[in-house]
Design a protein around this ligand. Sequence first.
Ligand SMILES: *Cc1c(COP(=O)(O)O)cnc(C)c1O
Length: 392
Amino acid sequence: MFPREEYIRELEERKAQGLYINIRKIGSPQGAWLVVDGKEVLNLSSNNYLGFANHPRLVDAAKKGVEAYGAGPAAVRTIAGNQLPQEELEQRLAEFKEAEAAVLYQSGFTANLGTIPALVTEGDAIFSDELNHASIIDGARLSRAKIIRYPHLDMDALENLLKQERSNYKKAMIITDGVFSMDGDIAPLDKLVDLAEKYNCILYVDDAHGEGVLGDSGRGIVHMFGLQGRVDVEIGTLSKAFGVVGGYAAGSKLLAEVLKQKARPLLFSSAPTAADVYACLEAVKILQESDELVRKLWDNADYFKQNMKSLGFDIGHSQTPITPVMIGDELTAQTFSKKLFERNVFAQAISYPTVPKGKARMRVMISATHSKKDLDFALEQFAAVGKELGVI
Ligand SMILES: *Cc1c(COP(=O)(O)O)cnc(C)c1O
């Protein structure tokens, strides 16, 4: 029997703590403005960094994909085969990341679920930043390797743990988000490479929020640090800056070969559709042609963050266009979001369990699609609600 009372109690508890999630109804394509619950609002909630989610060239490409290959792939790749555009996208992504090879997945989430357990297992160890994304945590658990968490970005603590623990395990992996999605800070990849080489560990970086954002033309964190060829596994998503849906792992040819034999989401779940793949190919092409959108993204982010600081907001330690606006209390953060929405601004409150308890925040996502006028409008509404709630 379905234990109704237990689940109902659990949901009530969430509501009482301000942790209950209300999923909004979106009635338009993603853009600087969008229709949410029937109302047109300024969009500060999406990962559509470059405006690709509704870019005319991507929309056109997706239509061509449907025409050429139909609506769906019809089975998993190891049974039905790779559609040719999937292979082409893997090559283009590898080129874009300046890696030898890439393997396509259905999402960034499944990229982590598939890749980590393909590389380490029982008897091995995973050294993992304590603020890593949920999909890394789940992938690490699925691998059955020993998980050793290190304090966020703390390289001295990591080295101490490596000194104490590394020799107790066969293989070992150091794993980190490139950009941390709730704080917008960046992993010190140069130091991580040194530690991985010194202590004989696989280095694994999830660059979901770095792609399209960091490095020349948005090639990501590895490119930004100039560490091509020295990072073993680079995970990417096609659902953030790329604006579509999908994920991938980039690295050596050997890595790709191992994943095609062992990664379970590749073996037991169908691939992205041709429409997705064509749209992603077009996104890579646009980024290779010009860095104009990436530069606009950074100009917008710098402008917004500078002005938020001047208004007196605490915007944490972000080094990227992700702008956390620290509130603390979960209920105040929820109220903040509600009041912004009344003022036609769509920005999410982020609470536990996505961030630790008592560290609730507004999370503002700046995009290249925003105009200066949009950003000024956002600043005005933030200032008004911030004063009303005593945050500034
Ligand atoms: C968003 C995100 C993912 C998941 O990507 P999807 O393509 O949406 O599944 C994985 N890792 C990190 C670090 C992310 O920020």
